[in-house]
Design a binder for this molecule. Structure first.
Ligand code: ARG
Length: 590
């Protein structure tokens, strides 16, 4: 069953069309004056202006058509041509029943489902993830969940950064530390030992060390550059090391992602598309798009209409190596050739500051025909800042590792839970741990997602973990509260029953439930998870008003009591479904 908002929109659109006007004027929104109306339609003014008609006349005709509809209690023209609509109690009750009974808790699949790759996470081998990687992981994973929920066929790819100069640094640093390793033998061909020669801590230490040395020492830099070139050319010992580095890194990455409830379908990386590069370059050459430039091969992508400078794409650098542009292009080729069904869209959830890179890559990919135009989207996001408004740093001024951030969130969650004294006395240690992990997860994910994706936000763990305000823990607590209300009622022999609507607080609550379908579709269309966060927060608030306005389990009339419990289960269903889309786990009790 479609939402009331969608049904009303369809009816209003049909009425506009019957008058020879465009269907889009029939868009229905929640009323911004709930004391006057449930929904409103503002299209008559625009439609009339375009058609040279009188707005109130157009509105009156649409209102008359709406009144024909069973679910409409009243439809009235107001002011210059607004239409104020009230829906019937029966329509609201049926809607609440649908939310409670339907798999999607009142949401509707998208009308244009797409085969979509979401490229997110983007961690780099050897460089530990930092707070900047949080956003890509959380926003990307949420879009993955949301789009899948709405019917898109989604593949989430972590796209490891494992091809740059950092790999050369690791090789040379390891060579200095353990020169005797067989990987360095010029005639090494494998097989290589199963045991990796480094741990994740080694990697975390070696990369910054080598990179610092290379800064002051051109010879050291040159060695690392040469090592990458040899690695890229396929030197077996170095390729074996690369595989070790990747394995060790991935094992560590999985721990951090698991904590954040972030999941990927593919664990591919830049190095995986190495063998496609010759073919890629060939395609650009055949199309007459590749240009020789001082030993490098470049693709000019600038257009006359450009307002800013558009440097060319670098396919092969003057040392014969390949970099970030090349691997991204080859990855598009790989996805188009290997994924089944063929992707129709690729979304890149990456820091806004990489906008130029993606503009360059997308243009080149479209020019050479790797994919149709307009199918590659950069889903950029703002930075996570400290209280000083600059990108977040540790107290010592270094970058904060994601693993440490997760640990801090867990600790803060434990503190907040203890302060609130919320957990039941009889709860065992293991369950307490799980609850704390859920609160930390809710805090981190919700506070990141509730901010408009494109803006920066200030990282404030104290605020994020609070049970009050617009926070993840507040929403968790709201959901758990409904859960325990229903559980207690059931234990007392009070089952949920048929839903009937009679009271204002009930109406308001169902109208909020009805908004879920729109919020999900809107969040998908704009790639903006905060729209869904906003909806869930409003739903929790509407439940809270309902809860304080009316008795639920303590209602003395059995039919009313069963109805209100039914309404509460509809709310729980939608809250849990929505929180799951945000990647937030709801504990059984807390
Ligand atoms: N590894 C990159 C970085 O840390 C992000 C990768 C984003 N994805 C992509 N296909 N380029 O900056």
């Amino acid at each position: 069953m479609a939402s009331l908002m969608q049904d009303l929109s369809a009816a209003a659109s049909a009425a506009f069309e019957a008058m020879g006007l465009e269907a889009r004027w029939g868009d229905i929104r929640r009323s911004d004056k709930p004391e006057l109306a449930d929904f409103q339609c503002n299209g008559a003014m625009g439609a009339a202006k375009k058609a040279g008609k009188i707005p109130r006349d157009v509105a009156a005709e649409v209102a008359a058509a709406l009144k024909e509809n069973d679910m409409v209690l009243s439809a009235e023209v107001a002011g210059p041509g607004f239409i104020n609509i009230r829906v019937s109690d029966d329509a609201l009750a049926a809607r609440a029943e649908a939310v409670r009974g339907e798999k999607m808790a009142g949401a509707e699949g998208a009308s244009d489902p797409q085969v979509t790759v979401i490229d997110f996470g983007g961690p780099n081998v050897a460089k530990p993830m930092h707070v900047g990687h949080l956003r890509s992981a959380v926003i990307g994973d949420t879009l993955r969940r949301l789009l899948t929920f709405l019917g898109d066929q989604v593949t989430g790819d972590v796209h490891l950064g494992d091809w740059g100069l950092q790999m050369g640094h690791l090789v040379t640093e390891l060579q200095d530390e353990q020169p005797g390793l067989i990987y360095f033998d010029a005639d090494f061909t494998g097989p290589y030992p199963e045991e990796p020669p480094v741990t994740i801590d080694d990697l975390a230490r070696m990369y910054p060390a080598a990179s610092a040395k290379a800064k002051d020492d051109p010879a050291r830099l040159e060695r690392s550059q040469k090592a990458v070139a040899e690695l890229q050319a396929g030197r077996p010992g170095y390729r074996a090391l690369l595989k070790h580095f990747i394995d060790v890194s991935v094992a560590a990455l999985k721990i951090d992602y698991e904590f954040l409830n972030v999941h990927f379908d593919l664990w591919k990386g830049e190095s995986d598309v190495d063998d496609l590069i010759p073919d890629l370059v060939e395609q650009f050459k055949r199309a007459g798009l590749a240009e020789e430039d001082g030993g490098a091969v470049i693709v000019r992508i600038a257009r006359d209409s450009d307002k800013k400078e558009m440097p060319p794409v670098m396919l092969i650098n003057s040392r014969g190596g390949t970099g970030y542009h090349t691997t991204d292009l080859a990855t598009i080729m790989d996805r188009m050739e290997t994924l089944q069904p063929t992707p129709q869209r690729m979304l890149y959830v990456v820091d806004q500051r990489q906008a130029l890179h993606f503009e360059q890559v997308f243009r080149a990919a479209e020019m050479v025909g790797l994919i149709d135009e307009g199918r590659l989207e950069h889903i950029g996001f703002g930075t996570v800042n400290g209280p000083d408004g600059k990108p977040f740093k540790t107290r010592e001024g270094g970058v904060l590792r994601l693993a440490d951030l997760n640990a801090m969130a867990l600790e803060e969650a434990q503190k907040k839970i203890a302060e609130a004294g919320k957990l039941p006395e009889d709860m065992g240690a293991e369950e307490r741990e799980e609850v704390a992990a859920s609160v930390a997860l809710a805090a981190l994910r919700f506070s990141d997602l509730m901010n408009t994706r494109t803006t920066n936000y200030v990282f404030d763990l104290d605020k994020f973990t609070s049970f009050e305000g617009k926070t993840g823990p507040y929403l968790l607590y709201a959901a758990v509260r409904v859960k325990s209300l229903l559980r207690r009622a059931e234990a007392d022999g009070n089952e949920a029953g048929d839903i009937a609507i009679g009271h204002d607080a009930e109406r308001a609550l169902v109208l909020q439930l009805d908004n879920f379908a729109f919020a999900c579709l809107q969040a998908r269309e704009k790639r903006m998870p905060h729209v869904l966060c906003e909806h869930l927060y409003n739903l929790a608030q509407a439940f809270s008003s309902f809860y304080s306005a009316l008795p639920i389990a303590s209602e003395s009339d059995a039919t009313l009591r069963a109805s209100r419990l039914g309404l509460a289960s509809a709310v729980l269903k939608q809250l849990e479904t929505g929180l799951d889309l945000l990647g937030i786990r709801v504990p059984e009790r807390m």
